[in-house]
Design a protein around this ligand. Structure first.
Ligand code: BES
Ligand code: MN
Ligand code: ZN
Length: 502
């Protein structure tokens, strides 16, 4: 496991030992760190001979030449200066973190000829390092699976001290305070999703969310009885097959003006989805521990907003249940009454997320009258068939909201692709016996699921993000090597900044 990183910023550094990290622009011979001694031009020659060109995200590792003040040199390519985006700085940070190894310290030189690096860019680079460095190895008692003789305590590596050297050090420090808040949120979300389902039930998840009160978040937790009094028959129907009771968590961050209507984020938190009586096949079912990825992202987002004291009034709502088959479990054919009063015929007990969200959305709208409502849910396999793992599905009743979210997706590279809602999909969930049924048949599964949710939205600007393909079992990237990506935290933090703090 990688050692933790301790990142600081400085205007200058006297190098003695450790890794010197240099950056290089595409096609330019001179890397950053011009100030470091290069006796006999050995370093310059080594870079030349290796044909390192400074291509984006390429890396060259060198043992420091004799007489150099560093032990090791790492040169990382940035690509062309005119194309550099915030995400490129994050990725460059990720590449650096991946090459630091386990020991000692590193000094990263940012100042380049022909490119004035801003404090924000320096902080983005540091954020990329933190996100890349994340691993989830809480349950590994050996150092590595191939190396089973080493003791667990060998894991407790000392932190690597990283000094980022830049003329913009004081701006960088300020920007990094916010970046650390966001990193903390992403890592919290990843931890929740990676956690095994025996450890993280609804009660345990709620307890973790409650820890946000340390950051000034107001936390309320509703139990079964309270939800029953509120008439949340849809959510409770899902929970009734589990020995572990459900929870509804309400998180409030009041960083905006008093009286300003809040923006609300609602997360599907199915801590484990067996499918219930409509049980899933065994193969891959272990992945359904991640079926609370929406709730994890909302928790991570609320952490980020509170930790950086965002100037916004935000509500987070987590619908936490476990979907189990049991003598008391809900059956196909059951009809439940939601908090809205609308009745739902259960066709398939595996379409449980929409039942949880139906009551969570209604409750949110009814109690908080939010100016906008955004739900995140690992809702359908169908969205993975449609979009794969590169985009989450975006459904919305409001074009402006959809546009803001899409833009935030492009900025953070947590990308969204808008999908359709409409009468034709809505018709597909009409039921013979109740107001609606909980599945819409074979075709358009992600759309009929979204359409179902919309029946619980009363005109409030609303967006639904189907993150089944992006929250878990995620492809490895420069800034994530984790099964759980933490998708949604950076996206919605960016949305909040651009929409409410601009
Ligand atoms: N949690 C699943 C969706 C899912 C599948 C998330 C794969 C992540 C990876 C959801 O509750 C579900 O089971 N959906 C069903 C709906 C169907 C029964 C209408 C699906 O997508 O198959
Ligand atoms: Mn399901
Ligand atoms: Zn599910």
């Amino acid at each position: 496991m990688p050692a933790p990183l301790e990142i600081s910023f400085s205007k200058s550094a006297s190098l003695s030992g450790g890794t010197a990290v240099l950056l290089s622009l595409f096609g330019s011979a001179a890397p950053s760190g011009a100030a470091i001694a290069d006796p006999g031009q050995a370093l310059t020659r080594a870079i030349e001979i290796s044909e390192f060109k400074g291509k984006a995200l390429s890396a060259l590792e060198l043992l420091a030449p004799n007489g150099s003040p560093a032990d090791r040199l790492l040169v990382v390519g940035l690509g062309k200066p005119e194309d550099l985006t915030a995400q490129d700085w994050l990725k460059a940070g990720g590449v650096i973190a991946s090459k630091l190894g386990k020991k000692g310290k590193a000094t990263v030189f940012l100042d380049l000829d022909g490119l004035a690096v801003t404090g924000q860019q320096a902080a983005d680079l540091a954020l990329g390092m933190l996100l890349r460095n994340y691993t989830f190895d809480r349950y590994k008692t050996k150092k590595s699976s191939s190396d089973d003789v080493e003791e667990a305590d060998a894991k407790s590596d000392k932190p690597i001290k990283v000094t980022i050297v830049t003329a913009a050090a004081s701006d960088a420090k300020k920007a990094f305070a916010d970046a650390e808040a966001v990193a903390g949120g992403v890592i919290l979300a990843r931890n929740l999703v990676n956690e095994p389902p025996n450890v993280l039930g609804p009660v345990e998840f709620a307890a973790r969310a409650e820890e946000l009160s340390k950051l000034g978040v107001e936390v309320e937790i509703l139990g079964q009885e309270e939800m029953s009094k509120l008439g949340m028959g849809a959510l409770l129907g899902v929970a009734q097959g589990s020995a572990r009771p459900p929870r509804l968590v309400i998180l409030k961050w009041n960083g905006g003006k008093t009286g300003d209507k809040p923006v609300a984020f609602i997360g599907k938190g199915v801590v484990f989805d067996t499918g219930g009586i409509s049980i899933k096949p065994a193969s891959g079912m272990e992945d359904m521990k991640g079926d609370m990825g929406g709730a994890a992202a909302v928790t991570g987002l609320m952490h980020a907003l509170a930790a950086r004291k965002a100037k916004v009034n935000a509500i987070g709502i987590l619908g936490l249940v476990e979907n189990m088959p049991d003598g008391n479990a809900q059956r196909p054919g059951d009809i439940v009454t939601s908090m809205s009063g609308q009745t739902i015929e259960i066709i398939n007990t595996d379409a449980e997320g929409r039942l949880v969200l139906a009551d969570a959305l209604w409750y949110c709208q009814d109690r908080f009258k939010p100016q906008a409502m955004i739900d995140l849910a690992t809702l359908t396999g169908a969205i993975m068939v449609a979009l794969g793992t590169d985009h989450a599905g975006l459904f919305s009743n409001d074009d402006a909201l959809a546009a803001s979210l899409t833009a935030a997706g492009l900025e953070t590279q947590e990308k969204l692709w808008r999908m359709p809602l409409g009468k034709a999909y809505d018709k597909m969930i009409d039921s013979r016996f109740a107001d609606m049924k909980n599945t819409g048949g074979r075709f358009g599964g992600a759309c009929t699921a979204a359409q179902f949710l919309q029946r619980f939205v009363n005109g409030t600007p609303w967006a639904h993000l189907d993150v089944a393909g992006t929250a878990m079992d995620s492809p490895k990237t420069e800034i994530s090597q984790s099964w759980a990506s933490g998708f949604g935290v950076r996206l919605l933090d960016r949305y909040v900044r651009d929409t409410f703090e601009g």
